[in-house]
Structures are given as C-alpha cells and as structure tokens.
Ligand binder design. Structure first.
Ligand SMILES: [Zn+2]
Length: 429
C-alpha cells in the first residue's frame, strides 16, 4: 500500500541522480598534473610531507578548489578544508578526502583518487544544480604516509586528538629536523591545539580510495563498500648483542644480534599464520644490521614491525605472544631488547547507514558492489572517531600499490567518483 509513495520518491531521486556527470578528462588531466609534483620522474611518484613537491601539490590543489568557489581553510599542521557551504550551516559538515603525499617510488593514485576525485564529485554535484543542506568539505589530509616522521595519518590523528600537540612537536625526522621546522618551511604555523576538531564539526565522512589489494579486480566488481578498516600496530625493535671478529669468536661464545633477530622474525611469521584469524598480517619491512661489515659479528639489529588485523583481540594476542617469544629468544641468546611504539590503533567499524548509501549509489549506476574490509589503513580510521564514517574502494591493477605501476583506469575512477558524489548527496541532504 505504501508502494506507490515509495516508488514516487525514488523516481524523483533517480532523476536528480542521473544528472551527475563526471568529467573524466578533466579529472585525468589533474591526476597527471599532480603526478608531476614528484622527486622522481613518471610514472613513479615521490612526494614526502612538506618537501618542495608536497608544497607545490598543495598550491595546485588550493588553486583548483578556489576555482570551484570552495571556502579554503588550512590548520596549523597543514590539513586543508575546502568547503562548499550548505544551506544550514549549523549542521555538521559532510567530509570527504584523502591524502596526496606519496612514499618513495610510489604511484599516482593512492590517496590522489580520493582528493581529486572528491573535488570532481563536488564539481559534478554543483554542475547538476544540487544545493546541499550540510556543508560538504573536501579534506586533503597532512601526512597519511609515515615517511618523514614515522607517524602515519598525522593530520587526521591530530584532528581527532589521538596525538597531542606536545607529542607532535617532539617528532623528528632521520636528519634530526623537527616537525615545527618542517611545517614552518612549508608555510604552516600557529597553535597545534587548534588542529583538534570539536564534536559535531562533522556529521559524516566518506573516503574514496583505490583498493590496494586484488579482490575487486579478481571478482570483476566495480565498487567496494568498506565495512571495517584494519588498524596497524607499528614498533621499532632493537636487538642488542656483542660484536666481535667473524673469524675469531667461536659459535658457542656468540651473542649475535642478527641471528637473534632472524629467529624473532620467523617467530612473528609463525604467530601471524597461526593466529586463527585470516585477517592477521605481520611484516618486518625494515632491517638494519650494525656495524654492517662482512667480517664483523652484528652487535645490533634494528627491526621495524607492523602487525594488523580487523579484530583488535586477535592482533593484540599476536603482539602479546610475540613479546613473550622475543623475551624467550633474547634470554636464550643473551641479547637485549629495546622497543619503541610508533602507533597502536584500534580498527574502525564503518557506519551502516553510509555503507548502505554506497551500496544504493552503486546500484543506481548499475555498478557491481561488494562489502569488504580494508586491510590497509587510512585517514578514515581516525575520522571514524569524529563522525560516522565509511570508505568507497575501486579496483586497481593486480592490487598493486605503493609502486610506480599502480593503476586504476579512467572508467574505474569515474565510477568511484559517481558513487562518491551520490553518497555525498545522500548524506548532505
Ligand atoms: Zn592512501
């Protein structure tokens, strides 16, 4: 009995939706332009926080946002807020965005699709003559990648208060240059306490991103509606032993810091494989052996360790067992251990109403959508502490990411932008 009414409402929405036209050529041109702000030549991209290339990319973005008539604000850590004012400014903004920094020798699409795609979604909505009730704010976040300060998602982390201004000011890069100096060089200053958002600043957040995994491409699906985001724990671990001459010190007498570290690495792999959770992953991506001579027994080995899971319980159990194992190995081999915590974040659960909105939008455009988890972490993890949040994934070639051959096709990107625009429209009223 209600059917005719529902159907009428839906039809009127349909008409409005059909009006969303994505200008794929304009978007592709901008992606190419942004890729040129890089320390290395195309197709590779290196754009580290507050480098000249990062600053140039920020200038480019700011200009593009101004052209569209968005209100620009930048906070003291360099997060940008480009806002399309809604008709009721007392309401929390609907946020979208991602990052434009890139790790050394990365690709063109990680983060960029969410920033330039977010801008294109706003332009498309404006061109469709839609007027939002809530503000719609595009946020290019500062330093999603941990390259300079070993602190991933620095901008969004500070927005939700997960990093205090004092902690941020204590950050130092490998050359000993502190955060304050770097941000001043890039043109940012002011009280870092102002970075933290207030409750109600945002009513929702949705981030468009390449999947960085192979699931969508393998399943020939267009859109991933992300239901949960795995959170990483990152640690530095120094294993300290006794150096000596590689020929002169006999095996029973050795306290070899690298052999201990090697056993520790394999123990971590075993724990992750046997955690009972298919989502547990553990990686040691950095190993430094000191003094680093073929004829010198290593007196120190530095490891950087990353452990993730969608389930906090599974991840923390692996970490707990790993610490016990490291202690056992160190005692047996007469080594010492020194830990540094880089980050240890809980995973995020996405807001069901936004996941639904993403699915609905996909259906409206005839796109195949699946619900999935994000195994990489994103600024959305921290935005989820400020507002209901979800993510939209698009396929990328073979799941490649953080490498120069990272690729999503213009069509795949346009699909994601359409779904994002539709979702923003649903959320912004
Ligand atoms: Zn990213």
């Amino acid at each position: 009995m209600n059917r005719p009414l529902i159907s009428t409402t839906k039809t009127s929405t349909d008409i409005a939706i059909v009006n969303i036209e994505i200008n794929s050529d304009r978007l592709q041109e901008e992606i190419e332009t942004l890729a040129n702000f890089s320390e290395v030549s195309a197709p590779a991209v290196t754009r580290v926080l507050f480098s000249d290339e990062d600053v140039a990319a920020r200038n480019f973005l700011r200009d593009r946002c101004r052209e569209v008539g968005l209100e620009i604000r930048e906070d003291p850590i360099g997060n940008m807020f480009a806002t399309w004012p809604g008709t009721d400014r007392s309401l929390g903004a609907v946020g979208t965005g991602s990052h434009t920094d890139a790790i050394p020798n990365a690709g063109k699409y990680d983060g960029v699709v969410g920033v330039l795609g977010g801008l294109e979604a706003i332009r498309a909505l404006k061109e469709s003559c839609y007027q939002p009730r809530h503000d719609i704010t595009l946020i290019p976040f500062t330093a999603e990648e941990p390259t300079r300060f070993n602190a991933g998602c620095l901008g969004s982390r500070m927005m939700c208060g997960a990093v205090t201004p004092e902690k941020a000011l204590s950050l130092m890069d490998k050359e000993g240059v502190c955060l304050d100096e770097w941000r001043n060089r890039a043109g940012y200053s002011g009280d870092l306490a102002e970075v933290q958002c207030r409750e109600g600043d945002f009513s929702a957040f949705v981030e468009l991103h390449i999947e960085q995994g192979p699931e969508l491409e393998e399943a020939k699906e267009d859109i991933g509606a992300v239901t949960a985001i795995a959170a990483p724990a990152g640690y530095g671990l120094r294993i300290l032993g006794e150096g000596g001459h590689a020929g002169a010190v006999l095996m029973p007498k050795r306290q070899d810091a690298f052999m201990g570290a090697a056993e520790i690495a394999l123990a971590l792999e075993m724990l992750a494989k046997n955690s009972g959770s298919p989502d547990t992953v553990a990686t040691i991506g950095v190993v430094e052996v000191l003094p680093g001579a073929i004829n010198g027994i290593p007196n120190e080995t530095r490891l950087e360790i990353d452990v993730r899971d969608i389930s906090l319980e599974s991840r923390d159990k692996v970490l707990e067992d790993f610490r016990a194992k490291v202690t056992e190995i160190c005692e047996r081999r007469q080594l010492r251990q020194v830990w540094t915590e880089f980050n240890c974040d809980p995973p995020a659960t996405c807001a069901p109403h936004i996941v639904d909105a993403v699915e609905t939008a996909s259906a409206e455009f005839g796109l195949k959508c699946r619900r999935m988890v994000s195994r990489a972490y994103h600024d959305a993890v921290f935005m989820a502490r400020l507002a209901p949040t979800a993510m939209i994934f698009i396929p990328c070639y073979k799941g490649y990411s953080h490498r120069p051959d990272e690729y999503s096709s213009p069509q795949e990107i346009a699909n994601g932008v359409k779904v994002l625009a539709h979702t923003l429209k649903t959320l912004a009223g």
